[in-house]
Design a binder for this molecule. Sequence first.
Ligand SMILES: Cc1ncc(COP(=O)(O)O)c(C=O)c1O
Length: 390
Amino acid sequence: MELDRWLSHRLDKTKEAGLYRKFRTMNTAPLPEMLIDGQRQIVFSSNNYLGLANDRRLVYAAETSLHDFGVGSSGSRLTTGHTEWHQKLEERIASFKQTEKALLFSSGYLANVGVLSSLPEKGDVILSDQLNHASIIDGCRLSNADTVIYSHVDMGDLEEKLKETASYQRRFIVTDGVFSMDGTIAPLDQMLSLGKRYHAYVIVDDAHATGVLGENGRGTSEYFGVHPDVVIGTLSKAVGTEGGFVAGSKVLIDFLLNHARTFIFQTAMPPAICAASYAAIEIIEDSKEIRQLLFSNVKKIKISLEEMGYTVKGDLTPIIPVIIGDTEKAVQFAKKLQEKGIHAPAIRPPTVPIGESRIRLTVSSDHGSKEIDYLLESFNFIGKELNMIK
Ligand SMILES: Cc1ncc(COP(=O)(O)O)c(C=O)c1O
């Protein structure tokens, strides 16, 4: 009981800080409208940007593979877990990302940690954007290299930090492609130029850009027409399944296969998930229309909210952060949205800076005009009720 008492005390502090988290139960498949804790809600908080998580073609691919290969992979990739579906998916990801090779990890989180804890060595330095994802931060913490933080997408500051770190053996610049809380697109073209000028390698985590940015959905590399040294990604967002990957040169992949501990000491992804992911990438590459639909939804929501008088952060991506400011007000706003049947969370400090609490909307190509109009009507109503807009 001693342990429980101590942990309860710590949890009380978490609650006092307003940071206590708990589950909400989804009673239906991932769709724009779902039953959540038994209540019908329109969902504007999912990463299922292209509506593929419940797509019948993916379900069919997974079912077929389940039938042939069973449920679990039964071992790590280097023991008994490597199937022809892992092989096929890695080849498909490499051709999709236009790299020589790719390597699957069990999640995007593990891909980031695996790369950052194995690639940079003692005597090297990692230059990391201030708003990079937690998995990048954890990868930096596990690395033997030093880490230097530069201001969010501030290329002047990055250049300054590159000059200051000239004495290090090697330098690695690491960035989210699209930032998960701000919806900003990292200026990869400028980062690669800086990388070239200052002899630094560029690593991009394209979790939120894969399937979304670029004409064929290849991500930020395609969007800017550049080739970073290391491309990391996840299958858990627009691809609609789960698992992570790294794409790059043959040597890079061979190195990670031999050195990334989160690859070596991890059970391989289930083959059925690989089969579904393979089907998803085929769809992503073939269907420019889904992305057009997605971006027409994004534009409509962003423009309408700005016209209403809201401050909307970020670039043109499916992540739309609506700044509320005060934390309590943001929580109240999210509660009012929920009462209206809309699921969109309030994001508070320390995830975002003090005074920048927000409602983080995410948009899917699956959202219809009925759902979007209802969202906008609700923002208009609640904003006026809380004296935020006129
Ligand atoms: C930028 C970024 N990188 C990595 C991840 C982790 O990906 P996964 O959910 O596949 O572990 C996330 C997901 O939350 C993310 O937003």
